[in-house]
Design a binder for this molecule. Structure first.
Ligand SMILES: [Zn+2]
Length: 289
């Protein structure tokens, strides 16, 4: 057996809101599950403010989102979801809450022992949502600190072990260096899972209408089929990502797939700690999923 033979991966995805995984990397998640890797997703908040509809109370949007999330994960094929409690979207920025979140994620990492973590990219300067920015930084810190036994030594006293995460995949990113082929079934699953979030498709239409109206335009979107709109957005994103991959692989031919990608999702992949510094010595397999 080759020393570098690929093993089954153990992947931990960490999302801020119950729709993040689906919309940002639902195709990759579906592909990883289909390929037989272990996959767990941690959902930090319940998205209790994720609506522009004044008819919704926090309780009502939470209830709807929880149901939509369950259906979407089922479509993608994920049956391992940890929903955290005690964290509210848009209100996690005081140092006590941030430290509690970091401790919670360190503990989850020590329990689940993932080789790969998926989270937001802190270098994405155009990120609109502060929960995504916060979680990107907290997750990277937690991924590093999980290896240090004196950081939250109460976990070690409880019987957990320090744990070294290998690598981290960040998305959405403006500096991609890893592209995942999501053509066919993964893309179809992403489209269907995205359509399971009726509240978020409504939000998308409301936003488009209102922002264009306030820019002096009056788009006739009353008859638009919101699922068709989402399917088109999803396909065109995946195509544009594939185009970007072809440019990237021109400069990195050793990493290029045999057949150019048609539909893709992109990530910035970094190894943790000292491994990032010696990555030019690593075999191609380390740069793949
Ligand atoms: Zn989000």
């Amino acid at each position: 057996m080759s020393k570098n033979k690929k093993k089954k991966s153990r992947i931990l995805a960490i999302e801020a809101h119950p729709d993040d995984l689906t919309y940002f990397y639902g195709g990759t998640a579906a592909k990883l599950v289909m390929d037989g890797h272990d996959f767990r997703v941690i959902t930090v908040t319940k998205g209790s403010q994720s609506t522009c509809d004044p008819q919704f109370s926090e309780e009502k949007i939470t209830e709807k989102l929880m149901e939509e999330h369950k259906n979407a994960l089922e479509i993608i094929g994920i049956d391992d979801n940890v929903q955290l409690s005690g964290f509210t979207n848009h209100f996690m920025y005081d140092s006590e809450t941030k430290l509690k979140l970091r401790e919670t994620i360190i503990k989850q990492i020590r329990e689940y022992k993932p080789d790969t973590i998926i989270c937001f990219d802190p270098s994405n300067v155009f990120e609109e949502n502060p929960d995504h920015s916060l979680l990107s930084k907290v997750t990277i810190e937690a991924s590093s600190f999980a290896a240090y036994p004196l950081v939250h030594k109460e976990h070690i006293e409880e019987g957990l072990e320090p744990y070294f995460v290998s690598r981290i995949l960040m998305t959405p990113t403006s500096h991609p260096n890893m592209f995942v082929n999501i053509a066919e079934e993964p893309l179809e699953k992403k489209k269907l899972a995205g359509a399971a979030y009726q509240t978020q498709l409504d939000l998308m239409i409301t936003e488009i209408k209102q922002r264009l109206r306030n820019a002096g335009l009056d788009p006739d979107l009353d008859d638009i089929d919101r699922e068709d709109l989402w399917f088109n957005v999803c396909e065109s994103d995946a195509k544009s990502c594939a185009r970007e991959s072809r440019k990237y692989y021109q400069n990195h031919p050793k990493l290029a797939p045999r057949v150019p990608l048609e539909y893709a999702e992109s990530f910035r992949m970094c190894f943790l700690g000292a491994v990032e510094k010696i990555k030019s010595y690593l075999p191609k397999e380390c740069f793949e999923l």
